[in-house]
Design a protein around this ligand. Structure first.
Ligand SMILES: Cc1cc2nc3c(=O)[nH]c(=O)nc-3n(C[C@H](O)[C@H](O)[C@H](O)COP(=O)(O)O)c2cc1C
Length: 371
């Protein structure tokens, strides 16, 4: 089996977006091939152990997911499930196809294990996304499918609801959960949808549509809200309140940040865009903690931002997350990071000491033990 260690130096020599495109092309080809069912049991490196967790009524074979933006057009789900993720969040998909921002728009700061992107929702659009979803045959043993939805750049914020509802309608039947993205920094004004008045209206419309779709399909699909790490504490309290009022199933914390590390000497930090990876880690953990406290641990949290190790993941779980996601560490460490994190969480959980944890994790853990 080819190890990522041998491919990594080649990919790192390529421009970051070219490397991503080639990786995705390979994963997409493997997804469409018959070799995969064999591969799925062998996994790219070593098999990821089962560590089942139940969150918002869904069973996850392990709590480590792939964050949105890696597979924006749902072309490689099978391979990504084969890598051993407990869940894979596809998208962000926008209603109409759009190219995103001009290249070059994706940068690595390898020394800091960081990435800056200003892709700006490059998307093949709903039609292609839906066609790709139709080819997926997931089973109870595969990764849970999350679908992350957004709005087109050309759609002004006062018409944004229409875009989200269009997406919801088209992908509802294929999703195990849906993530509402109002937090990407690269789509102009998108993050203004996180203001109390805008969010109240948006979530109201989305949850109503969700109810209609549930009635029509006989299938209740949990709806999660993905938030920015650049929110202040008051905004976090107000978003947590609104999310609870609207019965949102989970908060995904966090997206990339527009801030830069205090001591950042690398010239790439001058590029505009969202920063992810190691420099985001502690801020995202703080936002998770703030959301857990603001919601009295009543909303499950998916923790994401700068997770490179089991220790990083465990800190997110302790801060109040029930599940975690990675993106940047997959780029820098390769697929074996999934197994490493799952094994490390499992080892730590065996020493589980009740009093140190938030109720969200306790709940996840009790469910895990009962599963
Ligand atoms: C290249 C790139 C593209 C991304 N695209 C999206 C996206 O389309 N939608 C979204 O919600 N988040 C997107 N993200 C944010 C990630 O899902 C994640 O929230 C963020 O990178 C923090 O996790 P990490 O530090 O493990 O990378 C993207 C991140 C990167 C690096």
């Amino acid at each position: 089996m080819i190890g990522y260690d041998s491919i990594r130096p080649i990919l790192m020599r390529l421009d970051a977006e070219t490397a991503h495109e080639q990786t995705l092309r390979m994963l997409s080809t493997v997804s469409r091939s018959r070799v995969l069912s064999a591969l799925e049991h062998r996994i790219l490196e070593t098999k990821v152990p089962n560590l089942p967790v139940n969150v918002f009524g869904k069973r996850f074979r392990n709590p480590v997911g792939l964050a949105a933006g890696f597979d924006k057009n749902a072309v490689a789900y099978k391979s990504l499930s084969g890598i051993g993720f407990g869940f894979v969040e596809l998208g962000t998909v926008t209603p109409e196809p759009q190219p995103g921002n001009p290249r070059k728009r994706l940068f690595r700061v390898s020394d800091d294990l960081a990435i800056i992107n200003r892709l700006g929702f490059n998307s093949s659009g709903l039609k292609v996304f839906r066609r790709n979803l139709q080819t997926i045959q997931s089973t109870l043993e595969s990764a849970v499918i999350g679908i992350n939805i957004g709005k087109n750049t050309a759609t002004p914020n006062d018409l944004a609801i229409r875009d989200y509802l269009l997406c919801l309608e088209e992908i509802y039947e294929y999703a195990d959960y849906i993530a509402i993205n109002v937090s990407s920094p690269n789509s102009p004004h998108l993050r203004e949808l996180q203001s109390a008045a805008n969010l109240d209206q948006l979530l109201d419309a989305i949850m109503r549509k969700g109810d209609d779709l549930a009635a029509a399909t006989g299938q209740i699909v949990p709806i999660a809200l993905k938030v920015s790490p650049d929110l202040d504490e008051n905004s976090i309290v107000s978003i947590a309140d609104i999310a609870q009022q609207k019965n949102i199933s989970a908060i995904i914390a966090t997206n990339t940040t527009v801030s830069r590390p205090d001591a950042c000497t690398h010239p790439v930090y001058k590029e505009s865009g969202g920063l992810s990876g190691k420099p985001l880690r502690d801020r995202s953990t703080q936002v998770i903690r703030n959301f857990a406290e603001a919601s009295d641990h009543n909303i499950p949290i998916i923790g994401v931002g700068g997770i490179f190790s089991a220790e990083d993941a465990w800190n997110k779980l302790q801060a109040g997350a029930s599940l975690i996601q990675i993106y940047s560490s997959l780029i820098y460490r390769g697929p074996s990071v999934v197994r490493e994190i799952v094994v490390g969480i499992s080892e730590r959980a065996n020493k589980f000491d009740d009093k140190d944890f938030g109720s969200a994790l306790k709940l996840a853990w009790e469910n895990h033990q009962a599963a």
